[in-house]
Design a protein around this ligand. Structure first.
Ligand code: ZN
Length: 368
């Protein structure tokens, strides 16, 4: 395991307009650079993690400081990377990974893949083809670039140390990644599939991620004879039905309150008060109104979990039907919905089949 992981974090990040240096900006609850440090350490693939930075003081207080080495950065990216290579030379490394701190979203799987490819190759570089059409300009003429011939290279890039070192010390020009050294010297590179999520954070807007919210809902209705029982929008054969101003569908009511909770929109009573207008309203109709509002304000539902609390009817018997019905009413996939049955050991009103209760929790994401 004589592998070393170099993180380049000495850039000036001029396009990232923030008081905090880009590598220390908070992203997914951590400083951007911490994602790369922690992943490389947790992978247990590397003997040492070397950070090239001009803010050495900032790292001194970090909890993992004894596992990392800090080096002062150079003028250009290539100077910084050469400094790191010269520093680790004394350890006689077998392999070295070079990574930009501005890419916090690579996966551990990618690290393992790079290491295993290094067994047969001197340089392994992840890349993607562009999803957009690329135009380039020669003099005043615009051309379309063949997408399949354009390689968008990412980091981490993995190298046999000896080969990279040899090329890096003799390179005099500015280079923007280490793969360039191999290309300029006609060395072979093994290109492997990169990761879409592993994009580079350049502008402050690149750190804006969609926000996800949770909401919780609860409902209980009394069981009375001579009324139909509705659960999740469908009629379930039973000796009693749920009493209420509407059809008393505790499942749909709990879900509505969960949605309103996640989107900070008060509660079901605010939208459907006990007025004449809503007398005997069917709950799927209520749900449609709530779902329309939700869609209009750019929210989408991730998943929904429901506890139906009753002695009878047995949830296991109707689970698939109820889930199917909810998925139709709410326009969800069945896979997004879970329904659990919970009895109460014959205790209290629910145990004596005088009432049915339901609780629901929902996860909702806001998009632009
Ligand atoms: Zn209700």
């Amino acid at each position: 395991m004589n592998n070393y992981f170099v993180i380049l974090a000495a850039g000036k990040s001029k396009r990232f307009h923030s008081k905090v240096a880009k590598q220390f900006y908070n992203y997914k609850n951590k400083e951007i650079i911490d994602h790369s440090i922690e992943k490389s350490l947790n992978s247990r693939l590397f003997k040492k993690v070397i950070i090239v930075t001009n803010k050495i003081k900032h790292f001194r207080k970090k909890k993992y400081s004894k596992f990392i080495s800090l080096i002062k950065g150079g003028k250009e990216r290539s100077d910084s990377s050469l400094k790191a290579l010269k520093y680790i030379k004394k350890y006689k490394p077998k392999n070295v990974f070079i990574h930009d701190a501005a890419r916090p979203d690579f996966s551990m799987k990618l690290l393992r893949n790079l290491i295993s490819q290094l067994k047969n190759h001197k340089a392994v570089v992840p890349f993607l083809h562009s999803k957009d059409t690329i135009k380039y300009k020669v003099k005043n003429e615009l051309f379309n670039l063949d997408r399949n011939m354009a390689f968008l290279t990412q980091t981490p890039q993995a190298f046999r140390f000896k080969d990279l070192y040899k090329l890096a010390v003799k390179e005099k020009k500015k280079i923007t990644d280490e793969a360039t050294l191999f290309i300029n010297n006609n060395y072979k590179i093994k290109f492997i599939k990169g990761e879409c999520q592993n994009s580079k954070i350049t502008y402050i807007n690149d750190t804006k991620i969609s926000k996800t919210y949770f909401g919780i809902g609860f409902d209980i209705h009394k069981l009375v004879t001579n009324k139909k029982l509705y659960l999740g929008g469908i009629n379930i054969p039973f000796h009693s039905g749920l009493k209420g101003h509407s059809d008393g569908d505790v499942i749909l009511h709990a879900i509505i309150d969960a949605i309103l909770g996640a989107t900070k929109r008060k509660d079901i009573g605010t939208y459907f008060p006990n007025t004449k207008k809503f007398k005997n309203i069917r709950s799927p109709k209520m749900m449609k109104i709530i779902m329309n509002n939700l869609n209009k304000s750019n929210f989408y539902i991730n998943n929904l979990d429901i506890n139906l609390i009753c002695e009878q009817p047995k949830v296991s018997k109707y689970r698939n039907k109820i889930i199917y019905s909810i998925s139709k009413i709410m326009n969800l996939n069945k896979e997004q919905i879970n329904l659990k049955g919970k009895t109460v050991e014959k205790l209290g009103l629910i145990g004596k089949e005088k009432a049915i209760a339901c609780e629901a929790i929902i996860s909702i994401t806001k998009y632009d």
